[in-house]
Design a protein around this ligand. Structure first.
Ligand code: OAD
Length: 247
């Protein structure tokens, strides 16, 4: 049974512009818990207590230790068939942008190239006082928040609640969405702004939007196609079908 309908099939050419937004769901099959839902990370650890600048100012060691714990999970994880299918899709096309809310580097490790990391990267760090960068990997055994030579605490380069997205990245993501012929929204609950605006902008500008998610989301009823299931299973099928239309 084909996944794609005729309307989408008509758009498929090597020159079509494709933009993809991914969220925590795509990495769940690599063993990294999502943020929301029954197995969500936020169920055990309250994000409002940890992922914000005020919490870091008050309890730098606690926040650092939580990120060290999360780094441990990410370091053990491997890209799954969903990440790899997106790398294969990029290889087929001339214009492809991968916008991710994930901070786990699994798209990079899968070989994707044109990636926009909206929420930062868990392995990167900078000084909360002087902004000096610390992009080396910190050994997981370091559970005390390290200090910069200026005396400030080093923090993960992650966008926390109440903070701005990295300069220019959101704008580039919006441009990719606005010019897309096909837009894929994968494994995101589509509730965290401003990332959640991106698929809607693509839709407004005429892209066919396909969602891949086992659950209904805020976006589902607006999409051209809302595919229910895990991305590790659906994305390889989707990319294989796109390949058939290209040949
Ligand atoms: P959420 O945890 O909000 O949503 C994960 C989504 O993945 C849910 O809609 C699940 O139904 C879906 N899902 C679960 N398993 C899946 C699978 N195998 N295949 C496909 N989808 C699956 O995660 P995000 O939408 O990424 O921000 O959350 C957005 C932001 O909220 C995160 O980037 C994080 C958090 O605050 C920051 O850390 C700044």
């Amino acid at each position: 049974m084909p996944i794609l309908n005729e309307k989408i099939a008509e758009r498929i050419t090597r020159g079509m512009k494709v933009a993809v937004l991914t969220g925590a769901g795509i990495s769940s099959e690599s063993g990294i818990p999502t943020f929301r839902g029954d197995e969500g990370l936020w169920k055990t650890y309250r994000p409002e207590e940890l992922a914000n600048p005020q919490a870091f100012a008050a309890h730098p060691h606690r926040v650092w230790e939580w990120y060290q714990y999360r780094r441990g999970i990410v370091r053990q994880a491997e890209p799954n068939s969903g990440h790899l299918a997106l790398k294969d899709l990029e290889d087929l096309l001339e214009d492809f942008s991968l916008i991710t809310q994930n901070v786990d580097s699994l798209h990079i490790r899968a070989g994707s190239r044109n990636i926009l990391e909206l929420h930062g990267n868990i392995e990167k760090n900078y000084c909360s006082r002087c902004r000096k960068r610390y992009d080396k990997l910190f050994d997981q055994k370091i559970i005390e928040c390290p200090e910069c030579s200026c005396g400030g605490y080093i923090r993960p380069d992650i966008v926390w609640f109440g903070e701005m997205l990295p300069a220019g990245v959101f704008e580039r993501a919006m441009q990719a969405a606005e010019s897309a012929d096909l837009f894929l929204s994968i494994g995101t609950s589509a509730v965290v702004y401003p990332a959640a605006m991106i698929p809607f902008r693509a839709m407004e500008k005429g892209a066919a939007v396909i969602e891949v998610n086992p659950q209904v989301t805020e976006l589902s009823s607006y999409c051209e196609l809302s595919l229910r299931g895990g991305s590790g299973e659906i994305l390889p099928q989707l990319v294989s079908e796109i390949t058939t239309y290209l040949n």
